[in-house]
Design a protein around this ligand. Structure first.
Ligand SMILES: [Zn+2]
Length: 414
């Protein structure tokens, strides 16, 4: 891949204020080797490397979506269930109708839609392996967490055998370095305590990152608190024993069995001060999905308290089935309103802070020397006085997207 020199009216390093009339130089390996003002020599122009200038536009780190289910791409608006437990059941039935080929095509379409929206890295959970294959085939960046289920303690052996076989098949896809395979013991209402324990032990031995849907709904809390509610009813109909011991919060329960060290906790809506303290002490991170939480009627996460505790937070959209369109900036604006954040801090949760939350601390989510050249080019007026506000408004159009310096999306006529 030849080196590239990109220039635009604005450059967002993400960890520093925007630069007016800036440029970025990208080397053959897809790393940023210089970033700064376009003129003045700070960003060299090597012989034979023409500058591509984008007028009325900004160069910025590609956005990072901390929670997706891209294998569900194309299934939007097919679920209209009154409560969360029946929604989950309908989702299972809907997934059973898709073939592996359809999941792969859906996942690829999902990855391309991310790029068209300027999103260059994702943390995705799913149980088909389709997103890992799609990222590997298309050259995308992200973590694909393989989901494992098994609410009955008697299912542990079978679930573990399935998980180990799936992970063994997926790990060779990590070869590019852009893709990481992880494990997601799905949620407290689909995973038994002994399965959490086995998955945690095994995943840590294997060095696999972990993600869990956690503390999302009232029904989940009720199941763990006193064994009542929609999930508890469904369990008892299937002869599944109530979780033991009762009385723990979702965070305390999963921390006890799985261990939340370095774990990506998706949602974290129903968490109190003690839970937040556990998340902090374990070095857990949070995928905050405000629009999904609202759509399901789960309420709002205590984002300000989570951030005040210095927990790493990335904003996620969740799936098309929950939110319709994966509008990451709309989710970020919602997070901002919830916690009263500056535009700079809000954008951090779809850039470098999100990168750390999903386990890519290596200069991802920022445009700095030595960092990954994951770049989105977004239209932005040259004369704006508030470039960060303007960017966050979502009014800009994504003109081009690069992953590791490779062009993966270009808008017609851009
Ligand atoms: Zn989810």
């Amino acid at each position: 891949m030849p080196p590239r020199r990109l220039a635009a009216d604005w450059v967002f390093p993400a960890v520093a204020p925007p630069i007016r009339d800036g440029a970025v130089l990208i080397d053959e390996q897809g790393h940023v080797t210089a970033v700064g003002p376009d003129v003045g020599g700070e960003v060299p122009t090597p012989p034979g490397v023409p500058t591509e200038y984008f007028p009325d536009a900004a160069l910025l780190p590609g956005f990072i979506n901390a929670h997706t289910h891209l294998e569900l791409t194309g299934l939007a608006q097919q679920l209209d269930e009154p409560d969360f437990p029946s929604w989950i059941r309908r989702l299972r039935a809907l997934k059973a109708e898709r073939t592996p080929e359809q999941f792969l095509e859906a996942a690829k379409q999902g990855v391309r839609e991310c790029w068209a929206a300027g999103v260059t890295a994702i943390a995705d959970t799913g149980d088909t392996g389709a997103v890992a294959h799609a990222l590997a085939e298309l050259g995308g960046r992200g973590v694909a967490y393989q989901e494992v289920f098994g609410p009955h303690p008697a299912q542990v052996e079978e679930s573990m055998a399935g998980l180990k076989a799936e992970i063994a098949a997926l790990r060779p896809l990590e070869v590019s370095g852009r893709l990481r395979i992880g494990v997601s013991p799905h949620a407290p209402y689909t995973v038994s305590a002994p399965l959490y324990h086995e998955v945690g032990k095994w995943a840590r031995d294997e060095g696999l990152p972990l993600a869990v849907h956690l503390a999302e709904s009232v029904e989940e809390s009720r199941l763990l608190h006193n064994g009542t509610g929609g999930f508890a009813d469904a369990w008892s109909k299937r002869g599944i024993p109530a979780p033991l011991p009762l009385g723990l919060s979702p965070v305390a329960f999963v921390d006890h069995y799985l261990g939340l060290v370095d774990t990506l906790c998706i949602h974290a809506v129903r968490v109190d001060a003690a839970d937040i303290d556990v998340l902090f002490r374990r070095g857990a991170s949070v995928a905050h999905c405000p629009l999904s939480n609202r759509a399901h009627g789960h309420g709002d996460a205590p984002l300000a308290a989570i951030l005040a505790a210095k927990i790493r937070v990335g904003v996620g959209t969740d799936s098309v089935l929950s939110v319709g369109v994966l509008d990451l900036l709309a989710s970020a604006r919602e997070a901002r309103a919830l916690a009263g954040l500056s535009a700079f801090d809000t954008l951090g949760m779809v850039w470098w802070h999100a990168a750390r939350a999903i386990g890519f601390p290596d200069k991802l989510g920022m445009l700095v020397v030595g960092g990954q050249a994951d770049v989105a080019v977004v239209s932005l007026r040259q004369d704006t006085h508030q470039p960060e506000e303007e960017l966050l408004s979502g009014r800009g159009t994504v003109l081009a997207t690069f992953v590791g310096g490779r062009e993966v999306y270009r808008r017609a006529n851009a």
